[in-house]
Design a protein around this ligand. Structure first.
Ligand code: ARG
Ligand code: MN
Ligand code: MN
Ligand code: MN
Length: 312
């Protein structure tokens, strides 16, 4: 099977340095060779870690409360054309971030490619401690990694191309085809948005109540059979015990095994069209360098499970 890889060394969707170093750390730890040699993928686009420095302007003042708005808009626009390119050629798309703002690009491009190729609307499974569905107006931080879902669903829009106005209808996803798993740190404005739009969300409460097995059955049932699925996995969905090196850790998260299980179930559907792994920050290592190494290892495991590694 053909795998289109987009390695995104970009951190402008939030304020901490280091998430841009994640793709190299993941690749150096052997992820792509394993995908090729052990899982048998034909890799495309894997030779470069994209830094997009040509797209980051010298001066980028806040706009509608968003930080680095021009940089994030133009970088995600470029990412969208990269994932579109892969998806429209029928490749499974793997994006290694980068902070979660990059999902504006990965999902916009894949959604468009899948619409063109299969004439189908794509579903998104967003695995995260956070909902990342703030609009520029509801966001307290102004960090765009807390907003990608709002732009992708059209809950947030702007007319200006410089500020995500490039996102067209065929790049958007429906709130009905969006499912969250792992939520535990959702802002008040986001809770209102989830409620008012009837968005399906399985929080840590649901995982404790039903167990991850039933949660995955319910999540996949909501999406429906035979719908192309884009999996966007924020490593902070995992408990900081397994993934401490991330910018916005929240205690009380998924075990690594639960994270892997989510990915195995999505792979098992046969409907996976794209995977993002984001928010690994190897430069944030609470416990010396052990934290970074463990987080990179956890990230690799998540990706391998999504791409079909099985226990037996
Ligand atoms: N809700 C907070 C915000 O909007 C945190 C978002 C964290 N997002 C992430 N992708 N880690 O700023
Ligand atoms: Mn998160
Ligand atoms: Mn996120
Ligand atoms: Mn397979």
């Amino acid at each position: 099977e053909d795998l289109g890889v987009v390695a995104v060394g970009f951190s402008g969707g939030q304020c901490k340095e280091g998430v841009d170093a994640a793709p190299s750390a993941l690749i150096e730890s052997g992820l792509l060779t394993q995908l090729r040699d052990e899982l048998g993928y034909n890799l495309h686009g894997h030779d470069t870690v994209h830094l997009y420095t040509d797209l980051v302007p010298e001066s980028d003042p806040d706009y509608r409360n968003m930080k680095n708005p021009r940089a994030v808009s133009s970088v995600t626009r470029r990412i969208a054309s990269q994932t579109y390119e892969h998806a429209s050629k029928g490749r499974l798309v793997l994006t290694l971030g980068g902070d979660h703002s990059i999902a504006v690009g990965t999902i916009a491009g894949t959604a468009k490619g899948i619409r063109e190729r299969l004439g189908r609307e794509m579903a998104v499974i967003w695995v995260d401690a956070h909902a990342d569905i703030n609009t520029p107006e509801t966001s307290g931080s102004g960090n765009i990694h807390g907003m990608p879902v709002a732009f992708l669903t059209g809950l947030a829009k702007d007319d200006n191309e410089e500020f995500f106005g490039w996102i067209q209808d065929d790049m958007r996803i429906s709130v009905r085809k969006l499912v969250y798993i792992g939520l535990r740190d959702v802002d008040p404005g986001e809770k209102r948005i989830l409620r008012e739009n009837g968005i399906k969300a399985f929080s840590m409460f649901d995982i404790d109540r039903y167990g991850i097995g039933r949660v995955m059955e319910m999540a996949l049932a909501h999406i429906g059979n035979d719908t192309p699925i884009h999996l966007s996995f924020d490593v902070d969905a995992l408990d900081p015990m397994w993934a401490p090196s991330t910018g916005t850790p929240v205690r009380g998260g998924l075990t690594l095994r639960e994270g892997d299980y989510i990915c195995e179930c999505v792979h098992e559907t046969g409907s996976l069209v794209a995977v993002d792994l984001v928010e690994v920050n190897p430069k944030l290592a609470p416990v010396e360098d052990v934290g970074a190494h463990e987080t990179v290892r956890a990230g690799c495991s998540i990706v391998r499970c999504a791409l079909g590694e099985s226990l037996l």
